[in-house]
Design a protein around this ligand. Structure first.
Ligand SMILES: [Zn+2]
Length: 151
């Protein structure tokens, strides 16, 4: 009995001596700061009062939660969800628009640069496809399921 207790004590001392006390405190210090700057996860938001799983994802362009998933754009080659407004702003930044031109949604995954003209109301300068034609990303499938279960 006596010997066993002595062994335990020795083991404990060995374990403690491995890490200096200073190093331990240094490792613990940055932890709260890290959790503060960590990106928001959707499970932290309050669950909406509906039975089925609510599709809520973050915008690939600004990182904020997309509240209206039905208006989200499947952006880029992977069809990641993005705010309609963010895609619009992004295109405005990419395309060198002249003062009388603006970006509008054309439909079917396309935006268009339109130009105001005195004769007609506007003319189309260019159409820009932001969604892949045959790509239906998982999040969009989920919305369809959601809408169906709502009916
Ligand atoms: Zn956004």
């Amino acid at each position: 009995m006596k010997d066993q207790r002595k062994n335990n004590k020795d083991q404990r001392r060995k374990a403690n001596s491995g890490v200096p006390a200073q190093q331990q405190t240094q490792q613990q210090a940055p932890a709260p700061a890290q959790s503060k700057s960590a990106p928001r996860r959707r499970h932290q938001h309050e669950a909406p009062p509906i039975k089925f799983r609510f599709v809520q994802l973050n915008c690939v362009l600004c990182g904020e939660v997309i509240q209206e998933m039905s208006s989200a754009i499947a952006y880029g080659s992977f069809g990641e969800p993005a705010h309609f407004e963010c895609v619009q702003k992004k295109l405005e930044a990419i395309e060198n628009l002249s003062p009388d031109e603006k970006i509008v949604y054309w439909g079917a995954g396309q935006f268009a640069i339109i130009k105001s003209t005195p004769e007609t109301s506007f003319s189309i300068v260019k159409k820009i496809s932001v969604e892949q034609k045959d790509l239906i990303p998982d999040w969009r499938r989920d919305i369809k399921t959601q809408v169906r279960s709502n009916e």
